[in-house]
Each structure stands twice: as structure tokens, then as C-alpha cells.
Write a protein that binds this ligand. Structure first.
Ligand SMILES: C[S@@+](CC[C@H](N)C(=O)[O-])C[C@H]1O[C@@H](n2cnc3c(N)ncnc32)[C@H](O)[C@@H]1O
Length: 322
């Protein structure tokens, strides 16, 4: 067992992206990646065990039950890279299954140093597994991980937790194509996707009764206060989860409860809000099982196998690069 974190990543674009998102004409919008600072990453861990948020448990059940079969479908000599690993809790089953057959290098890729540190603690003691973490955005990290492959190695890329759902559908497909460009034929991508389900169940998953998801969302404004010296009054904004039927996605918004102007000194701007205007902070697109194989095909993969959770509609798909 060995762990090493290569480069550190600071958000060079934070001020510019916050400014652009809040001053754009029409719907104000902030990139969801900024939800994950130290507090946001800790809150996400709590969300993942909330009764209303069945998604993580479904993903976990599938990995626990099917890791041996997933591993048996891979070519030998696997190097594992995980996009947006979070705490990596669910990845344990796969790494343990792999460790029965080979010494394994696992490369979690994260922009959140808090999540990466948790992941290294969570998975750092597995026999025959070495961790090399990359504090970088997804594709930079994947390129760095791929550069470590030996001549006979095959990459297994994990993209779990339906994080692909945070991309708009077109952007999600472009992202899959970018991932494919970094892979060789025969490499694999294990993709977790949350499936459509009844509306009350979906909305509750993003608006829980304890208010943890609300805190996760509002923390984005608190983060802008902390890091950019802004004066958001958190009590003047309210968390909202809505379902967009046309795009089949849950959207998280922050609704301004009054007319107000917020100043953000380190982004060099003042942002006016009308009462009831919202900032759109995250999308979680939902999939149909039949969407996944054609989406894989369009982007250079073949769907080799799929596993479904029977309690919470969720799919794990093993895609092989062609
Ligand atoms: C929805 S959470 C999922 C975490 C974990 N994979 C799971 O399934 O529970 C998304 C994770 O991706 C990370 N992340 C978000 N945008 C990223 C980016 N552009 N590059 C690298 N990591 C990112 C976040 O810090 C967060 O830990």
C-alpha cells in the first residue's frame, strides 16, 4: 500500500466564472463544481446517507454484489482511474475484487482536496492497492493517470454516482467522447446512471426533510462570501429543487426572497436580484435504461453489460472502448 498526491489544484477561474454566471443576461447560473469546497464535500457525504437520497445506496449495492463479475469481464493488468471519486467509499468493493487477482494502482481524480483526502484515508489500507491521487479537473486528471499506464495495462475508468447527470445531455456526450479519446481499444468505463422514477421520490432526493441539501446548495453563496469577500445574506435566499420535464432533470436553484444587490469585491462586481429571481446551481439529468447503450455507441464504446438495482432505479453499465 502506498499513497501519493501529485499536483495541487487551485481554482484559477473562480472569480471570473462566478462573475460571468451571475451577470449573464436571463437565468443566473453557477457551475456546480463550486459546490464542493471543504464544507460542501462534507455535506455531500451526509447527503449520501440520507433516507431520501437512495442513489448512493443503489450504486453501492450494485458494486458490492457485482464487483467480481465486473472484474471478470476486464482484460488483465488493470489500472483504475476514478473521475470525481468523492470519498471513494463505494470503490472499495471493486478494488478488493481486483486485489484478488493483481497488484492495483488506483488514481482518484478530484477537484476537492477534502474529498481526495477522505478517499485516500478510506481506501488507503487495502492490501495490494496503491493510491495515486490527482487533485485536478476530470480530463486533466485522466490524462495524468493514463500517462502512468505500463505497456500491458488496461485502463478501467470509473464514473459513478450518476455524476454524468450534472452535464447537460450534449455536454455529457461530448465528455464521454473526450474520455474515449484518452482510452485505448479494450479499455473500460464503468458508468453509473440514475434512472427516471416517480416525481415525489425524485424531488425529495434533492430537498430532504433535514435540510442538508438546502445547506449544501446555500453553502455555495457562503463560499463566495468566504473566498471572494461577497456579502450574500443567506437568509435572503431559499433552496429549491424542481423537475424539468422537457429535459428530464432535477434542477437545484437558489431563490432570492427580496429585491437586493450583492457585492462581490474580489470578482469586481455588484449583482442585482429581483424578488423570486433564481440562481441555477446544479442539474441532475435522469436516464432511461434504453438511452445508455446508444449513447455509448455514439461515443466510441460498446455496452458490454448492465446491472440494475431493484429498489432504486439505477444502472451500472460496463462500456468497452472500441
Ligand atoms: C456528485 S459527487 C459524486 C462523488 C462520488 N463519485 C459518488 O458517487 O458518491 C461529484 C464529485 O466530483 C467532484 N467534481 C466535480 N466537478 C469536478 C471536476 N470538474 N473535476 C474533478 N472533480 C470534480 C466533486 O468534488 C465531487 O466530489
Amino acid at each position: 500500500m502506498a499513497t501519493a498526491v501529485t499536483t495541487q489544484y487551485s481554482h484559477p477561474d473562480l472569480a471570473g466564472e462566478i462573475r460571468a454566471g451571475l451577470l449573464r443576461p436571463g437565468q443566473k447560473e453557477l457551475p456546480s463544481k463550486y459546490l464542493y469546497d471543504e464544507i460542501g464535500s462534507e455535506l455531500f457525504e451526509v447527503i449520501s446517507v440520507l433516507p431520501e437520497y437512495g442513489l448512493t445506496r443503489a450504486d453501492q449495492r450494485l458494486l458490492r454484489r457485482h464487483s467480481s463479475e465486473i472484474v471478470s469481464r476486464l482484460k488483465p493488468h488493470v489500472l483504475v482511474a476514478e473521475l470525481g471519486s468523492g470519498s471513494g467509499k463505494k470503490t472499495r468493493w471493486l478494488l478488493e475484487a481486483l486485489a484478488h487477482t493483481q497488484r492495483t494502482t488506483y488514481c482518484p481524480i478530484e477537484i476537492s482536496p477534502t474529498a481526495l483526502a477522505r478517499c485516500e484515508t478510506e481506501l488507503g489500507q487495502i492490501e495490494s492497492v496503491s493510491i495515486v491521487g490527482f487533485e485536478r479537473p476530470y480530463l486533466d486528471g485522466l490524462l495524468a493517470a493514463a500517462a502512468r499506464r505500463g505497456e500491458d495495462d488496461h485502463l478501467l475508468v470509473l464514473f459513478l454516482g450518476s455524476t454524468i447527470g450534472n452535464f447537460d445531455r450534449d455536454a455529457g456526450e461530448r465528455f464521454l467522447a473526450e474520455v474515449r479519446r484518452i482510452l485505448y481499444p479494450g479499455d473500460a468505463l464503468l458508468l453509473g446512471t440514475d434512472l427516471e422514477k416517480p416525481l415525489p421520490q425524485l424531488l425529495a432526493a434533492y430537498d430532504d426533510s433535514l435540510g442538508v441539501t438546502a445547506a449544501f446548495n446555500l453553502n455555495l453563496l457562503a463560499r463566495i462570501n468566504r473566498e471572494l469577500g461577497a456579502n450574500f445574506d443567506l437568509a435572503s435566499f431559499r433552496h429549491e429543487a424542481r423537475y424539468n420535464t422537457e429535459h428530464r432533470r432535477v434542477e437545484m436553484h437558489l431563490r432570492s426572497l427580496r429585491d437586493q444587490v450583492v457585492t462581490i469585491p474580489r470578482a469586481n462586481c455588484a449583482v442585482p436580484f429581483r424578488k423570486d429571481e433564481t440562481i441555477w446551481t446544479e442539474s441532475s439529468h435522469k436516464y432511461r435504461l434504453e438511452d445508455i447503450s446508444p449513447m455509448a455507441q455514439r461515443n466510441g464504446f460498446r455496452c458490454d453489460a448492465q446491472w440494475l438495482d431493484e429498489k432504486w432505479p439505477f444502472a451500472e453499465s460496463l462500456l468497452i472502448a472500441e
